[in-house]
Design a protein around this ligand. Structure first.
Ligand SMILES: *Cc1c(COP(=O)(O)O)cnc(C)c1O
Length: 429
């Protein structure tokens, strides 16, 4: 397969952007070859500059739940953009999307729009601190919350709760405000809250951890986090930037019927435009400026074009049976691959929830980041290479999850499952 144009463009991009990219995973560092330079997409497929077309399971890392270039979203954008792109004032479209979300989400009374998932998380953390008057934040190893300074922290060696930054440029004093625990560690969490809850403003978790494999937690564990947070006066933040509107309109909160204090959104909420949001009960959200003392603002926040795209995607998600259909087709697709894996006896398994899936390269259930063997990523690398050569695109890292969109047909998924089974055989050969 020819990738000359992508290679040429990547060589040029390297003279323009650090690593040739504007977001690090795009550089294909964990897999082989140059990153694909994509010029257009429609439905379940996109086409690169060399005119190769691929069935896409990355879907822009999650936002494209309706697939590429969805007619209704595109029409909403073009209709709105014809009237201007931004006014720096409130708009009717802002009210419309606000109502659409709040009326259909049992745990949201007020919401604030921002322009990315990172910004949503950063603002939610500030709100939690402003609301509780406390400073420390608890996060979990293997959960990603955007590139927020105080959350680019992993468990250090030695005592689990003392973190280390995962990026240069973050003051040690910031890191000291973040405590890191392993997922699914009930006792560790209880001990930590018992000892330090007077200093802890909030616990932040991806209720469906989907940025370091798909580390599905038990509902009991999440319920228990909520119970202890309430008991110790610590806010619970669900980072639903991926899971929000993905496993159901009410995201993981609705899926597990757990009410967090603050929920953060991104990805799907903007219908492919840059949008993030955070929300919760009025009593907490009223601490945000100008109602309250927690300052947070944005020049392009809730800009009408992005709001129109958001409305257009959310309305489609609210159609009866939308999620059931999407989940059923994803499950059928994963089950096919899973039975192949079992017949061949490969040491891996499929993990799936809603329309997300992950290739767990282990025969054991994986519930925390430390259970992933970094060496297993070699298997993924081979799969990725094989699939790229066979016109199937997966996110370029074995730690990333795959997404099925409403535009993926049963025929697409049958074609993909056959190729994926072959890719798995190839990788284990
Ligand atoms: C993608 C993601 C973010 C960051 O969102 P950006 O829009 O990339 O800033 C934060 N949290 C989670 C759970 C995410 O998946």
């Amino acid at each position: 397969m020819k990738r000359d144009k992508s290679q040429e463009l990547f060589d040029e991009a390297k003279t323009l952007f650090p690593g040739g990219v504007n977001s690090p995973v795009r550089a294909f560092k964990s897999v082989s070859g140059p990153p694909l330079f994509i010029k257009e997409g429609k439905g379940s497929r996109f086409t690169d500059e060399d005119d190769n077309t691929y069935l896409d399971f990355c879907c822009s890392w999650g936002p494209l739940i309706m697939g590429h270039n969805n007619d209704k979203i595109r029409e909403a954008i073009t209709e709105t953009v014809a009237k201007g792109t931004s006014f720096g004032t409130p708009t009717k479209l802002g009210n419309e999307i606000g109502k659409l979300i709040i009326e259909n989400h049992r745990y949201l009374e007020k919401i604030r729009f921002v322009s990315s998932g990172t910004e949503a998380v950063m603002s939610a953390i500030r709100l939690a601190r402003g609301y509780t008057g406390k400073n420390k934040i608890v996060k979990f190893e293997g959960c990603y919350h955007g590139h927020v300074d105080s959350l680019l922290v992993k468990a250090g060696s030695g005592l689990a709760t003392f973190g280390e930054s995962t990026s240069a440029g973050i003051p040690k004093s910031f890191i000291e405000e973040t405590l890191v625990l392993s997922l699914n560690d009930l006792q560790g969490f209880q001990d930590l809250l018992e000892a330090q809850s007077d200093d802890i403003a909030a616990v932040i978790i991806e209720p469906i951890p989907a940025n370091n494999g798909l580390l599905l937690q038990d509902q009991n564990y999440l319920v228990w986090l909520k119970t202890l947070c309430d008991k110790y006066g610590v806010l619970l933040i669900f980072d639903e930037v991926i899971s929000g509107f993905r496993v159901g309109f009410e995201g993981a909160s609705g899926y597990y019927t757990i009410e967090p204090d603050i929920i953060t959104f991104g990805k799907i909420i903007g219908g492919g435009m840059p949008v993030g949001a955070y929300g919760g009960r009025t009593e907490i959200m009223s601490h945000v400026a100008p109602d309250g003392p927690v300052y947070q603002a944005g020049t392009l926040s809730a800009n009408p074009v992005a709001m129109a795209a958001g409305i257009a995607v959310l309305k489609q998600l609210l159609e009866p049976g939308f999620y059931e259909k999407l989940e059923a087709k994803t499950k059928r697709f994963c089950d096919k691959i899973q039975s192949h894996i079992e017949i061949k006896g490969h040491k891996m398994h499929m993990v799936q929830i809603g329309s997300m899936f992950w290739f767990a390269i282990s025969d054991k259930r994986i519930m925390s980041a430390d259970q992933i063997d970094p060496k297993s990523m070699e298997v993924f690398k081979k799969m990725h290479h094989y699939l790229l050569e066979n016109n199937v695109y997966l996110g370029p890292s074995g730690y990333e999850v795959g997404f099925v969109s409403a535009a993926h047909t049963e025929t697409d998924l049958d074609e993909a499952s056959v190729k994926i089974c072959k890719a798995i055989d190839y990788a284990f050969a």
